[in-house]
Design a protein around this ligand. Structure first.
Ligand code: BES
Ligand code: MN
Ligand code: ZN
Length: 492
């Protein structure tokens, strides 16, 4: 697929679709005027009639239009000009592009109203464009014979100045395809993606991206005394795996950051079994691991000058005669004994052992990604990632990066008064706290396994999954956090 920037006036570009992004402040006086004039003033007339108000993600399709070289035109709203940011731009670009790819082999051109040029740079436009061209057509209908949407065969962004857009277009395509990998893994079902098959996918990506890849099997995990992770795994016929991927873009004296991903390929809840409505989407409980994999693949493809390791804790949480029970006491890799009060609080048990392993393996800082608690979704809603940290410096790097990707993060409290809530009568701690503050006690549990290493826990239970489709994304996996975490490493 060819994605390019072009100086050719938008109305002269031959394509199946021309997408025109218009803000509400535009009376089509700027760069979009020529397109409207070529169309005989159709857009302005529609605005005058009130048929198109430039509301964000509003689409006005004009079929078989005369006057422009493209076959059809889609006018897409950007919303209020003074509120446009990268997120708004991405959502509007995705809306327009997703509208235009319901047929196979479509070519598309796009022009963005220059009311946005004071708020967004040319490289932001170019990167967001190619990202959206690559990721927009990917839906969750992975098992259907016919897909709702199809990749574009050609995409052209019309700009007045195309100097320095090449790198941005490349970067956007890398981000878009990393997000597609994540969405695909999350959307595929638990009879398809389980620890061994997830590990095989990771190994394949490692090969493509020239990453070092080590897969630890159940024997190796037992030798590592990963009693917490192995307790969760015991109920399943699918043996657990840890995948370690390493990318070295900086010298060997530079520090290594580790990403740790919760990869519960299905979470039935175990004996603390989930009701149907909660269990139905639990194939997506490996989104943390998928996200970490997406991030390292993009970091490697971008050849960023950093050292990054990824550790994926891949386990299935099931019920059987060998499953772990309520009241069991298990011993984590670092020696901590844990009394099991709820077998559905399994993610923290998996992460406990993977975190301590990553730190002993030499990570100077650790970021974990996990669909850890429903409580975090209650607290922050479906689109905000909870940040829990023992280091303000590391969490500030994430919120700083988020300011340029437009993803939502919010810092949560980690005060010491939460600690006694995890006390057990029989063991060093229990695996759940009381009802209130469940996202925080989960994070406080993880904190026991990271020592003094700078650490951030990202609870992505809400944002990693969309319950319903919107104009800009399908229901299912969303690949949230990929762009922001890659941005963290681009800023290093
Ligand atoms: N995987 C779930 C968390 C989750 C909930 C992810 C909703 C995505 C959407 C996790 O393993 C879990 O079951 N957490 C429990 C913890 C509780 C038992 C303390 C929860 O949130 O109810
Ligand atoms: Mn659970
Ligand atoms: Zn879970």
């Amino acid at each position: 697929m060819a994605i390019k920037a072009s100086l050719t006036p938008a109305h002269e570009v031959e394509a199946d679709w021309l997408v025109v992004l218009v803000s509400d402040a535009s009376d089509l006086k700027g760069n979009t005027r020529q397109v409207d004039e070529a169309l005989g003033g159709m857009i302005r007339a529609a605005m005058k009639r009130g048929d198109f108000e430039s509301k964000s993600q509003e689409v006005l399709p004009l079929y078989q239009t005369a006057g422009v070289a493209a076959t059809n035109v889609a006018v897409v709203g950007l919303g209020p000009a003074e509120a446009i940011d990268v997120r708004g731009l991405r959502l509007s670009m995705l809306t327009g592009l997703r509208f235009c790819c319901t047929n196979i082999d479509q070519s598309v051109a796009m022009i963005v109203d220059d009311t946005v040029s004071s708020r967004l740079s040319v490289s932001q436009l170019a990167e967001t464009f190619s990202d959206s061209v690559v990721s927009g057509p990917t839906d969750s209908d992975v098992y259907k014979a016919e897909f709702k949407r199809h990749p574009f065969i050609e995409a052209t962004l019309c700009l007045a100045d195309i100097a320095d857009t090449e790198q941005a277009l490349d970067a956007g395509a890398i981000l878009g395809s990393a997000c597609n990998v994540v969405k695909d893994l999350v959307n595929r079902t638990a009879n398809d993606i389980f620890p061994q098959t997830f590990a095989a996918c990771a190994a394949e990506i490692a090969e493509d991206c020239e990453l070092e890849c080590v897969i630890l099997d159940e024997t190796h995990l037992a030798a590592e005394k990963m009693g917490a992770l192995l307790a969760v795994a015991r109920g399943s016929e699918k043996p657990p795996r840890i995948v370690k991927l390493t990318y070295r873009g900086a010298g060997s004296d530079a520090q290594t950051v580790a990403l740790v991903g919760k990869g519960v390929t299905f979470d039935s809840g175990g004996y603390s079994i989930k009701p149907t409505d909660s269990m139905i989407s639990m194939k997506a409980d490996m989104a943390g691991a998928a996200t970490a994999l997406g991030v390292i693949s993009a970091v490697a493809s971008l050849k960023l000058p950093v050292n990054l390791s990824v550790y994926l804790g891949l386990v299935e949480n099931m019920i059987s005669g060998s499953a772990y029970r309520l009241g069991d006491v298990v011993t984590a890799r670092n020696g901590t004994t844990i009394e099991i009060h709820n077998t559905d609080a399994e993610g923290r048990l998996v992460l406990a052992d993977v975190l301590s392993y990553a730190i002993d393996d030499g990570a100077a800082a650790v970021i974990d990604l996990a669909t850890l608690t429903g409580a975090c979704v209650v607290a922050l809603g479906e689109e905000v990632t909870g940040i829990f940290a023992n280091s303000d410096e590391l969490s500030d790097r994430i919120t700083g990066a988020a300011s340029s990707t437009g993803e939502f993060f919010w810092s949560m409290p980690m005060h010491p008064h939460f600690e006694p809530l995890l006390k057990s009568d029989v063991a060093d701690c229990k695996n759940v706290g009381p009802r209130w503050g469940g996202a925080v006690t989960a994070a406080k549990f993880l904190e026991k396994f990271v020592g003094d290493t700078p650490w951030v826990h990202l609870d992505i239970a809400g944002p990693s999954w969309a319950d319903s489709a919107t104009a800009w994304q399908d229901a299912g996996g969303t690949a949230s956090c990929v762009r922001t975490l890659v941005e963290v490493f681009r800023r290093e």
